[in-house]
Design a protein around this ligand. Structure first.
Ligand code: ADP
Length: 223
């Protein structure tokens, strides 16, 4: 079984008493190693909730989530935070780069947190910077870069640890059309090198670059 991600009957309720919202309604699907999957849905369909429970930022109300066979829904917080650090990569709509660090320092941060030896970190930094075409920007600060360059740097930071799964939340949401094409082209090439990607988006254009598209509506998945 080469499933990287498996969801079984994942359900999420918000609120209590008479004001309960069922944000996820018994979702089951798997993502295999090497897949580039997009999850598309309108506003309010449950996309953020789904990504938040997969990324372990939020807890499910019922159901199971496994990554590389490990049952995330049974892990304690300490184990989860190490798991997030070591096995997941994150890309957000608003980049989430740290303003006071250079682009190079931002990208290499996950390796520093893992206490990887300096030489090895520098080697990895130059390799991902080349892949994402941000080598020229490594000594600059985030505010000195365009949105597209910032998102490419954020992408480099997400993949520098070779995570099992990259989770991208509306990654092109703040980009113009040219930067969108460039980023999605890079997603395709990273994916061609074996990186598994799960992207949540309401953009048909972004989803069209994925190899597989799942649709979410009223908290349920249909393909
Ligand atoms: P999307 O990301 O597709 O816009 P969300 O996952 O944010 O959708 O929301 C799914 C449903 O859950 C919506 O009905 C939304 O109002 C509800 N919801 C999301 N977050 C919360 C919350 N923290 N408290 C209560 N309801 C929420």
């Amino acid at each position: 079984m080469d499933a990287i991600l498996e969801l079984k009957n994942v359900t999420k309720y918000y609120g209590s008493g008479s004001v309960v919202t069922k944000a996820l309604d018994g979702i089951s699907f798997s993502v295999r190693k090497g897949e580039f999957t997009a999850i598309m849905g309108a506003s309010g369909s449950g996309k953020s909730t789904l990504l938040n429970v997969i990324s372990t930022i939020d807890r499910v109300s019922a159901g199971e989530i496994r990554v590389e066979g490990r049952l995330l829904t049974a892990m304690k917080e300490k184990e989860l935070s190490l798991f997030r650090r070591d096995r997941l990569g994150f890309i957000f709509q608003e980049y989430n780069l740290l303003d006071t660090l250079t682009i190079g320092e931002n990208i290499v941060l996950p390796l520093n947190l893992k206490k990887l030896p300096y030489e090895k970190s520098v080697q990895e930094l130059h390799s991902v910077a080349k892949t994402l075409d941000v080598t020229e920007q490594l000594d600059k600060f985030p505010h000195e870069l365009s949105g597209g360059q910032r998102q490419r740097a954020a992408c480099a930071r997400a993949i520098i640890t070779s995570p099992a799964l990259v989770l991208a939340d509306e990654p092109t949401g703040a980009l113009d059309s040219k930067a969108t094409d460039s980023l999605l082209g890079l997603f395709a090439s990273i994916n061609a090198e074996g990186q598994t990607i799960l992207m949540v988006t309401h953009s048909t254009k972004a989803a069209s670059h994925a190899k597989r598209v799942l649709f979410i509506k009223d908290g349920g998945i249909f393909s």
